[in-house]
Design a protein around this ligand. Structure first.
Ligand code: MV4
Length: 505
């Protein structure tokens, strides 16, 4: 790959990630172009970019998903590269190709790598051939009768997955052989209508597993490294809520083996740029490749904190055809980082989305605190896009310090005017199971509640004396009813804040 100078980047996204990419560009002395829908005229990414182009109406398919409008905006403004962010067009082969066809550098992998990893069955096959462990399952191209036979060999329970799915879409568990024919038929119909592709495959169901993913960086000169893992098991309905790096479950040997497999998986598709290998890890520390995400991820900051690498700057450097700035083939994580996704949704009401004007926003700061946000006081949250409004990232020398800092930052964080999930995070970070690191992907849905508290664990189960002491104090406040009262302060009976609001509006 020849060296290309990127002078102006169009960011084909919105919200906090668009702001994040703009900041990396400023660091590199690169000009920026924002695109926006009518709902985002007053958004931060529009204010922060050097130029901004309107691309259409609020619904994503009329703006942020319009390849033609985005390429057109790049042409008009003279941008020479496009950063897709995450979501929207970031994992669309046709978008990466359209950029290339228009002479624009796509800051991401090749259309071919996107396509291979986008077909989840092909991805599975490709990495398996490269020696990466996958869950026992079916080979591509089987008819239903053949699937029944292989299902019997693999054994139940099983998972039916759509080849065109991913991220939990088009997936269902089958517990009994007699349910398989009907489940296959339903899964095919759903996959056809959702993705226009009825291909499905089977995998053995792995239960009680953790979701651990590895960050990959690869340049066009054949360098490919991993930057360690992120623990992403704290999620609800396939929406991650808290991520951390490293994972409490990891040891040096497992990290080395999973990291090497992640590099092998990326190399198997000739991967270039930043990507993530998702694994399931069972209780016995067996790990299985699930999917590769061919984009920058929401949770990339926790990796940045523990490795000291600016992933967006590396993405741009790699897209320019340079060698990546990191020379070590293995990076040892230093310290501990947590990320809480701050969403405009009501944790007391089944996490239903909340829209309206943010009347007051006070963000936390201080040592070990980073807020990646896209909103401000007076910002109007609309129903058109997802509900994540900011990411709170906290870190420390070790996990207890990171947790304690996160708790204090969450308490400093004031959002008024819309419902938000800060009370959820505060309760989670006071959960003994969470603090002890004992959770899997089912934890939030099955065993964690906003209204009931766990029994205290035995002293032996608590990780450190410092955490035990803080928890004990917190538990006493919980029992006295003060914590719930504090969590509910954003219902606008918090006196000094409403006075503050009157003064500042
Ligand atoms: C699985 C699984 C158990 N067994 N596959 C969900 C998202 C997609 N990347 C794959 N997913 C899963 N695949 C087998 N064979 C359980 C999940 C899963 C999951 C994975 C990661 C994070 C959260 C999850 C929540 C439910 C199910």
């Amino acid at each position: 790959m020849e060296l290309t100078n990127i002078k102006k980047v169009l960011i084909a996204n919105r919200g906090e990630i668009a702001v994040r990419v703009i900041r990396a560009c400023r660091d590199l002395g690169i000009a920026t172009v924002a695109v926006y829908s009518d709902a985002d005229r007053a958004s931060l990414h529009v204010r922060y970019a050097d130029e901004a182009v309107r691309i259409g109406a609020p619904p994503a398919r009329e703006s942020y998903l319009r390849i033609d409008a985005i390429i057109d905006a790049a042409r008009k403004t003279g941008a020479d590269a496009v950063h897709p962010g995450y979501g929207f067009l970031s994992e669309r082969e046709d978008f990466a190709q359209a950029c290339a066809d228009a002479g624009l550098i796509f800051i991401g992998p090749t259309p071919n790598a996107i396509a291979t990893m986008g077909d989840k069955q092909m991805a599975r096959q490709t990495v398996k051939q490269a020696g990466v462990p996958v869950v026992p399952g079916t080979e591509p191209g089987l008819r239903d009768e053949e699937l029944y036979a292989v299902a019997a060999q693999i054994g139940f329970p099983l998972m039916v997955k759509a080849a065109a799915g991913g991220g939990g879409k088009g997936m269902r568990a089958v517990r009994r052989a007699e349910d398989l024919p009907e489940m296959l038929a339903t899964a095919r119909r759903e996959a056809e209508s959702a993705f226009g592709d009825s291909t499905v495959y089977l995998e053995k169901l792995v239960e009680g597993a953790r979701h651990i993913e590895f960050q990959i960086l690869a340049d066009a000169h054949g360098n490919c490294i991993h930057l360690g893992e992120r623990e992403c098991s704290i999620q609800r309905r396939h929406q991650k809520l808290v991520e951390e790096a490293p994972s409490v479950f990891m040891d040096a040997d497992l990290r080395r083996r999973m990291g090497e497999a992640a590099i092998a998986a990326a190399r198997a598709v000739g991967y270039v740029n930043a990507g993530t290998i998702e694994y399931l890890v069972d209780k016995d520390r067996n790990f299985y490749f699930l999917e590769m995400n061919t984009r920058l991820q929401v949770e990339h900051p926790v990796t940045e904190i523990v490795t000291g690498v600016d992933l967006v700057k590396e993405q741009i450097r790699i897209a320019r055809g340079r060698r990546m700035g990191i020379t070590e083939s293995v990076i040892e994580p230093k310290g501990w980082a947590l990320e809480c996704r701050i969403n405009a949704e009501d944790p007391y009401n089944n996490f239903s989305p909340s829209v309206g004007k943010i009347t007051t926003l006070i963000t936390p700061s201080g040592p070990g605190v980073r807020v990646d946000g896209g909103v401000y006081s007076g910002y109007e949250i609309t129903p058109y896009y997802d509900s994540m409004i900011a990411k709170l990232i906290c870190w420390g020398d070790d996990r207890p310090q990171a947790i304690l800092r996160m708790r204090s930052a969450l308490e400093e964080f004031i959002i008024m005017g819309v419902k938000h999930n800060i009370p959820f995070h505060l309760n989670l970070l006071s959960s003994f199971s969470f603090i002890a690191g004992k959770f899997d992907t089912k934890f939030v849905e099955d065993r964690f509640s906003m209204t009931t508290y766990e029994q205290p664990p035995s002293d032996a189960e608590l990780e450190t004396a410092a955490i035990a002491a803080t928890l004990f104090a917190h538990r006493k406040r919980q029992l006295a009813g003060q914590v719930v009262a504090r969590n509910e302060r954003d219902t606008s009976n918090w006196k000094w804040l409403s006075r503050w609001e009157r003064i500042h509006r």
